[in-house]
Design a protein around this ligand. Structure first.
Ligand code: 1HN
Length: 338
């Protein structure tokens, strides 16, 4: 073939915004091997978070938040921690407030350190104590307040990367003109009995605060999963679905004993250690962890955990429900007899 003729043809196609599939580097290309997990040890993270108190304030920047950036992100604009999940740490000093705003992104807060902060979600005050999960679902007004006497630090998890991809990021600053109607969390505190007069068409849970003690109580009675962990899921009491549509939240308990059976999924998971010490094998990586450490389980890695004494608990957030709703979720377990 005449190479200058071939070049002319490609130039003509390019000029007309056409591209030959047979020369595309992306066509039918399987994704590269699984990404390597990353760990933020609390002992290393905590002094770096302290620097944010010195550097700025919510009065100046609205939210004093340090994002946990995947080492696989290509630039600072590429904000993700693992797949469709963005995790960050928010830090508030006594007396500080973060003004109300809302956005289409779903967000959750998982309390790591300190006491006395409150997140107000669509007008409902949600006290934040160690291990509590607070939801700020998409398009709910939220603001933070700290009435305690020591700094508070919590984990923020958002579905920002998915919204960035879909082009659906919408943000509205306060003040709040009309407060949406809500039902107090106490209306859902009788197990298995829910009020009928809700009339909500929203997809997220009407409950915004899931206290740690409730998760621990649920775990104490949870049967063993096939992999050897005990797992509970934060649910919408009205539907039994996940508490928020695009972020799946679970608490795992790893009892003392042999390592859990390896599992593999195409969901991406961010874990925060709540209590206990343990170790995990994540693909080719082996890590050891303790309270408040944060680590990722990037999709398609084989994962196994072991407690290093007593029951260990991990809070885990994933994009599993996104994949499940799209009919794309895969979850496997390596049986011990395999
Ligand atoms: C956000 O709105 C908050 O409201 C925290 O507390 C972290 C990270 C990215 C985008 C929005 C908050 C955030 C965020």
């Amino acid at each position: 073939m005449d190479t200058s003729r071939a070049d002319d043809i490609r130039r003509a196609w390019r000029a007309a915004h056409l591209s030959p599939l047979w020369e595309s580097p992306n066509a039918h290309k399987p994704p590269p091997g699984p990404r390597e997990a990353h760990q933020w040890r609390w002992s290393e993270l905590r002094p770096l978070l302290e620097l944010a108190f010195e550097e700025t304030s919510p009065a100046a920047v609205e939210r004093r938040v340090l994002q946990l950036m995947s080492p696989h992100s290509k630039s600072d604009a590429d904000e993700f921690t693992a797949g469709n999940v963005l995790a960050a740490i928010q830090c508030l000093l006594p007396g500080e407030t973060a003004r109300p705003h809302r956005h289409t992104m779903n967000a959750l807060r998982f309390m790591l350190e300190g006491s006395g902060a409150v997140t107000i979600v669509d007008g409902k005050p949600c006290p934040m104590e160690f291990g509590d999960l607070i939801l700020t679902p998409g398009w709910c007004w939220h603001q933070h307040r700290h009435d305690g006497s020591e700094p508070v630090l919590w984990l923020d998890v958002l579905d920002v990367p998915l919204h960035a991809y879909l082009g659906t990021v919408v943000f509205e600053p306060g003040p709040i003109a009309t407060m949406p109607h809500t039902v107090e969390d106490a209306a859902f505190s009788s197990p298995n009995i829910v009020p009928e007069a809700i009339g909500s068409t929203r997809e997220h849970s009407p409950v915004f605060r899931y206290p740690y003690a409730d998760a621990v109580r649920a775990l104490a009675h949870a049967p063993l999963s096939a992999d050897g962990t005990r797992r509970v899921r934060y649910a919408n009491p009205l539907t039994g679905a996940g508490a928020m549509p695009l972020l799946d939240s679970t608490m795992l308990q790893i009892d003392e004993g042999p390592a859990t059976l390896p599992t593999r999924t195409n969901a991406n998971v961010v874990c925060a250690v709540v209590e206990g010490h343990g170790e995990s094998w994540i693909g080719s990586r082996h890590i050891t962890w303790g309270p408040r450490d944060i680590f990722t389980l990037p999709q398609r890695n084989w994962v196994s955990h072991r407690s290093l004494g007593g029951a260990a608990r991990l809070f885990a957030v994933s994009d599993r429900d996104v994949l499940r709703r799209l009919g794309l979720l895969s979850e496997e377990i390596q049986r011990s007899d395999a």
